[in-house]
Structures are given as C-alpha cells and as structure tokens.
Design a protein around this ligand. Structure first.
Ligand code: BTN
Length: 234
C-alpha cells in the first residue's frame, strides 16, 4: 500500500496486522510525519528522498527470536545495497547500516502479540536514497546512496530488491536462526575492535554471540554480553 504522506509506515502495518492483513503486505510512503526509530527516536527524512517502508510478516518464530531478526534484515539491506556502491556497507549492532561510519539505513522491528503469542512482526526500513543535504541534527552522521556515488536510485526497483533480500534472509533465519548468519554478521560488524559505550559498559567491540548479543571487552579483559541498547562509537 502506497501513500504519499503518512504518520509512520510501521504504524500503518501494525494497524493492518490487527485487521488480519496477510504476510508480505508492504506499506510505503514518500513522507512520514511521525517516523519512528528505535528507543523512541524520531526518524528524520526529507520528503521523497528516501525509501520508507514496512513489511508485515507472520513468521514462524518464537517471540524470543524476534529481536535478532533485526540482524538478519540488516544483512538483507547490505545484500541489496552493496552492489550499488563501491564502499563497503557495515552493520552497527543492532539495526544500523553504515558506510564509512555514517548511517545509510535503519531497521525498526516491532511485534504484535496476543497474550504471549506472536501475531505479526513489522519490519520497518528507512534508507537514505537521494538526499544530498541532511537536516542539521543528522548532517554529521548520515549518508545516502546518492552521496556514495550510486547511479541506480529509482525507488521502485530498489524496493523490490530490498523486499527480495528481506524475504530470502527471513527464510534462512527461520530455519537456522542467528547461528546461520553469525559469521556474516561478524564479518560485517562495524564495531569490531572499535571503542564503544553501551549504557555503563565501555570497551572494545568483540563481535556478536550465537544469540545475537553484542560482546564488549572492558579494560580488565572482561567480556560483557549486551542484550539491548544503543551503542555509541567513541
Ligand atoms: C532506527 O534507525 O532507529 C530505525 C529507523 C527505522 C525507520 C523506518 S522508516 C519506515 C518505518 N516507519 C517508521 O516509523 N520507522 C521505520
């Protein structure tokens, strides 16, 4: 479903999920007035310059495995975007696609539950496509396909490539979980060997574990497992 303007495509997808919309329904907009990122952040995107979409999934997953689906979707974005640019896209745990340490895309996975039972999962993606000048709040940290020299910027083919990649990664994730993508996640990890802070924990990024948790080694060589949080690159 395409709308020129909406509040948030994730909200549209969650609403549709409650009315029984099927697996694979896609919600797309040129502009969001209440675009959301993780942990209550706003997702800022100038109208018509980004791909802003959400896919409604009804996956065969235990609730406990939903949050690491974000990692599989990150790899899907990397699969689709990698061939369009010469620089190497990396993943900043848990949900950012970075190029040259700047954010090219973000993923927001949200679940719809009935009691303890998972009814639907919404995968929201914001990909900076044609933007050449970002809003001041993100100007120092964001990048776009256009700024990275991509020449294929037409939104429709790009959307289909992203959807295909998400579909393929979902299939693999449903059958093999994080273990099936762990080596790729670690190879794509933008935080490996970098000094990072998450909450109270500061240290060097040491990759991800089999549950998709981030590992940080502190100054006493103690390795901390981070289940959730926002990582600051120091
Ligand atoms: C993040 O980086 O924190 C995640 C950003 C996800 C943004 C996308 S844009 C399409 C979809 N609708 C939303 O409201 N958010 C996601």
């Amino acid at each position: 479903m395409y709308q020129p303007v909406t509040g948030s495509t994730n909200d549209d997808a969650l609403l549709a999920a409650r009315s029984g919309a099927p697996h694979g329904s896609v919600f797309l907009a040129d502009e969001q007035t209440a675009g959301r990122g993780r942990r209550g952040h706003h997702w800022l995107a100038a109208p018509g310059e980004s791909l802003l979409f959400s896919v409604l999934l009804r996956p065969k997953l235990e609730l406990a495995h939903v949050s690491a689906l974000t990692l599989a979707v990150g790899l899907a974005l990397r699969d689709a975007v990698g061939p369009l640019i010469t620089a190497l896209p990396e993943l900043k745990w848990p949900n950012d696609l970075l190029v040259n340490k700047r954010k090219l895309a973000g993923v927001l996975v949200e679940s719809q539950l009935q009691g303890e039972a998972l009814q639907a999962v919404v995968v929201g993606v914001g990909l900076n496509v044609a933007t050449r000048e970002f809003q001041p709040e993100i100007a120092a940290t964001a990048t776009s396909l256009a700024l990275l020299g991509a020449t294929r910027l037409a939104p429709e083919p790009l959307l289909f490539e992203l959807l295909d990649a998400i579909d393929a990664r979902l299939d693999a994730y449903q059958s093999r979980g994080v273990a099936g993508i762990l080596s790729e996640l670690n190879a794509a990890d933008a935080l490996r060997g970098e000094r990072v802070r998450v909450g109270e924990t500061t240290g060097l990024g040491r990759g991800l574990d089999e549950q998709g948790c981030l590992l940080i080694e502190d100054e006493h060589e103690r390795v901390h497992r981070v289940l959730s949080g926002t990582v600051e690159l120091l």
